[in-house]
Design a protein around this ligand. Structure first.
Ligand SMILES: Cc1cc2nc3c(=O)[nH]c(=O)nc-3n(C[C@H](O)[C@H](O)[C@H](O)COP(=O)(O)OP(=O)(O)OC[C@H]3O[C@@H](n4cnc5c(N)ncnc54)[C@H](O)[C@@H]3O)c2cc1C
Length: 426
């Protein structure tokens, strides 16, 4: 068994990869692009002997252009969310969609079509993409715009259509680095799901302690200097102590006079905190966990989630840490994109080497509830379940089967592969 070689991808190497693909016509090379390699699923892994080259894009990490008037940015795919956010930090613009880990790469964000705590209002990552370029199975660079049919298979395509090089995104205005957030406890699952579904705030997250079943919701909007500090808010705000240590930053010092006014008459629930600490909580940073991350439609969610909890309890396994619940809005057209209207639920377990039957059983339960498992984190679902959970999966398979290059029998299916594509026959 020969382990795959590692190829660092940067524009000169892309020429090398192109020629390797073109020269290996009769017996195509097998490649897999990897970003920050944080996915807990098997989409960034390969089966023994199945891959010739792992293609790392970490050197592709530059901002190609940024237009501060229109809020458009073009970034190389190896840049991380953290690097891009820090580049934009004093520009008044920010990414529309932020996953809870900021160490992931832009290529990984496109490939899993990631989503944040504001899916109902901003959609998923691909909804903010204007155009992207990638190296296809024919060894040629392709530039595609939103609306191009290929776009639907590359975004949420888990690296199985090619190696993404540049991504052009539209940004959102971010008037301050703070969020005004309200956190409160709830006594029943029904109440919690109802608050999450009906709350009109942009950012919403629910947390359930699996053992004690205590629950809380945090929701809020980004602070704007004018609106978030209205008179009524000033009477309610509780200022997070962390804010003081950031008082030297430009944005904070202009906010400080208004914030100081708000020290009086505080409500225990409302706080102003740095948006980054809300969007990327520390607790999400650890790796080496099994994530069982799935969605459930709004209808029947309470009963179905209770049944999933009961199944986990009956198995004797204990999730670690809190269960994360988010609201998902409209589905987009990308074939393997995860979000669809309902709730996203992420339950994390200690890592174990041997496959537990629990996770396949849970995946089948999710299928029977018309939900879906998040493929970026999946390790154990069966092809049968995924085909039912993702009705547009057959469109993806059609795009994967295209023969792209003249007389040569190559297409994405011959060139790009992973453990994930073998397991699910994609
Ligand atoms: C702690 C934690 C928190 C998370 N929170 C969220 C969240 O809030 N929301 C959410 O939606 N997801 C979340 N995820 C999932 C994560 O965002 C995705 O798994 C993402 O794809 C990881 O990006 P990466 O750069 O680490 O990619 P990798 O793990 O390296 O690869 C992931 C996939 O992307 C492909 N890929 C990577 N780069 C390229 C490229 N340049 N060209 C083509 N294909 C490429 C790979 O082939 C692979 O299929 C979380 C994951 C973790 C570990």
């Amino acid at each position: 068994m020969v382990p795959p070689s590692f190829l660092g991808y940067s524009p000169p190497a892309s020429k090398k990869i192109q020629s390797l693909i073109l020269e290996s016509c009769d017996n195509p090379l097998r490649l897999l692009a990897i970003g920050a390699r944080t996915s807990p699923g098997d989409c960034n892994r390969h089966t023994p002997d199945s891959i010739d080259f792992l293609v790392g894009v970490e050197n592709l990490n530059k901002v190609v252009f940024f237009d501060k008037n229109s809020g458009e940015i073009c970034i190389e795919s190896g840049a991380t969310i953290k690097e891009v956010s820090s580049f934009l930090s004093s520009s008044g613009w920010g990414l529309k969609v932020l996953p809870s880990s900021n160490s992931i790469s832009i290529g990984g964000a496109v490939s899993a079509d990631v989503f944040g705590f504001n899916h109902p209002s901003q959609g998923s990552f691909s909804d903010s993409i204007r155009a992207l370029s990638f190296l296809g199975a024919d060894g040629l660079m392709k530039e595609i715009q939103k609306g191009d049919p290929l776009f639907l298979s590359v975004c949420g395509g888990y690296g199985l259509m090619g190696i993404i090089q540049y991504v052009t995104l539209s940004l959102r205005r971010t008037p301050s680095p703070f969020i005004c957030v309200d956190t409160f406890r709830l006594s029943s699952l029904r109440e919690m799901l109802k608050v999450l579904e009906t709350s009109s705030f942009e950012f919403k997250k629910g947390t359930i302690d699996f053992n004690s079943l205590s629950m809380s919701v945090s929701h809020g909007d980004l602070c704007t200097h004018g609106t978030s500090l209205s008179l009524s808010d000033k009477l309610l705000l509780k200022i997070d102590t962390k804010i003081k240590s950031f008082s030297s930053s430009k944005a904070t010092s202009s906010l400080m006079p208004a914030l100081k006014d708000a020290y009086t008459d505080l409500s225990p629930n409302k706080r102003i905190i740095l948006f980054s600490s809300f969007a990327h909580p520390q607790e999400y940073s650890s790796s080496n966990l099994i994530h069982f991350h799935f969605s459930l439609p709004f209808s029947g969610a309470e009963e179905n989630l209770s049944l999933i909890f009961d199944t986990i309890k009956a198995s004797g396994k204990s999730p670690i840490r809190d269960v994360d619940i988010r609201v998902l809005g409209k589905e987009n057209s990308c074939f393997l994109s995860f979000p669809s209207p309902g709730f996203s639920v992420n339950i994390r377990f200690p890592y174990e080497k041997h496959k537990s039957p629990l996770f396949s059983k849970l995946s089948s339960l999710v299928t029977s509830f018309s939900g879906r498992v998040y493929l970026a984190k999946d390790l154990y679902s069966s092809e049968e379940d995924i085909v039912l959970q993702y009705p547009k999966c057959s469109n993806f398979q059609i795009f994967r089967s295209f023969r792209e290059w003249g007389d040569c029998d190559v297409g994405p299916k011959n060139v790009f592969a992973s453990s994930f594509s073998s397991r699910l026959n994609l």
